[in-house]
Ligand binder design. Structure first.
Ligand code: NAP
Length: 268
């Protein structure tokens, strides 16, 4: 039977098996989707073993491997020169491993109706998720972008890499008025400290987006809702990026008209 994995370290929190399992059942596709803890040191061994298995269709890639995984795959879409991170590896019929990024589509879909061209945006974080987000923001002409990160130098390098105007500041800097604020750090995630930011400088039409999905209601989103701001949670992005991946891995379109049912399952 064909199967796929999600790999990361840690991986216990991953909701991807629930999502893909729900869609496998719904579409009647005979397949399996598993979570596998793979350490950074074991990435090479993992791919060598899986590559030899024709039933393995590929894997989703999560924290902390989204950048490092590019060293183990063919980069046919020039992810290195563009987004700089992959969250999906597909095994081609000839055994080639191909790196893909579906986080960009997953991130952007829930805010596609938001006018961002020429508008200020704040992004918190400079890891793999932030790269996908900055790529999407650059494509829609958003900016200036204020990038807050534990290491602002890393943030400045990312702004330059994506050709975005703006400033990179430390994590404790004030959030300026922004049309959109996105948390792309692991802060707020289960087992991690909360993200301590002050949203009082935002106008009432600002949207606050947290890509963390475990828990779904993060302290950041709770603060935003408390201020009456619109919010987007990490499940929206998670389901969006998974939908693109599911079709590529299993060759069937997931039933997006059942997203409410899926969200309820993920929140149970
Ligand atoms: P990553 O590449 O490891 O980047 C982690 C980011 O968090 C970096 O900016 C890092 O700062 C910051 N960080 C980590 N620990 C910190 C700490 N103790 N204090 C301050 N900053 C800290 O991870 P990622 O792949 O970008 O993922 C980030 C989050 O997004 C995770 O929670 C992941 O689950 C979530 N995510 C969700 C989706 C979705 O579909 N909803 C998709 C992708 C990712 P430095 O740069 O200073 O190290």
């Amino acid at each position: 039977m064909m199967y796929a994995d999600v790999i990361g370290d840690p991986i216990a929190h991953s909701k991807s098996p629930l999502i893909h399992g729900f869609w496998l059942d719904a579409t009647g596709v005979a397949g399996d989707y598993r979570k596998v803890r793979v350490t950074a040191a074991d990435l090479g061994v993992y791919f060598a073993e899986r590559r030899a298995d024709p039933n393995w269709r590929g894997c989703n890639v999560t924290v902390p491997h989204k950048v490092a995984v590019l060293d183990h795959v063919e980069d046919r879409g020039d992810l290195r020169g563009s987004i700089g991170a992959a969250n999906l590896v597909l095994r081609a019929e000839d055994g080639a491993l191909i790196g893909i990024n579906t986080d960009v589509a997953g991130f952007y879909a829930p805010i596609a109706g938001l006018e961002l061209e020429g508008r200020p945006v704040t992004v918190i974080g400079a890891g793999g998720a932030a790269r996908a987000i900055l790529f999407a923001l650059a494509r829609v002409g958003a900016g200036p972008v204020t990038l807050l990160n534990r290491s602002p130098l890393k943030g400045a390098a990312l702004l330059a890499a994506f050709g975005l105007k703006g400033r990179a500041l430390p994590l404790d800097a004030a959030i300026p008025p922004s049309a959109l604020v996105v948390n792309a750090t692991t802060l707020g995630m289960v087992g991690q400290p909360p993200l301590m930011v002050d949203l009082s400088g935002l106008d009432e039409d600002a949207v606050v987006y947290d890509v963390v999905y475990a828990p779904v209601e993060t302290p950041l989103l709770a603060q935003a809702r408390g201020r009456g701001l619109d919010t987007v949670d990490g499940l929206d992005m998670l389901i969006g990026q998974a939908a693109v991946a599911f079709e590529l891995l299993f060759g069937a379109a997931p039933p997006r008209d059942r997203d409410d049912e899926l969200r309820a399952l993920l929140l149970a």
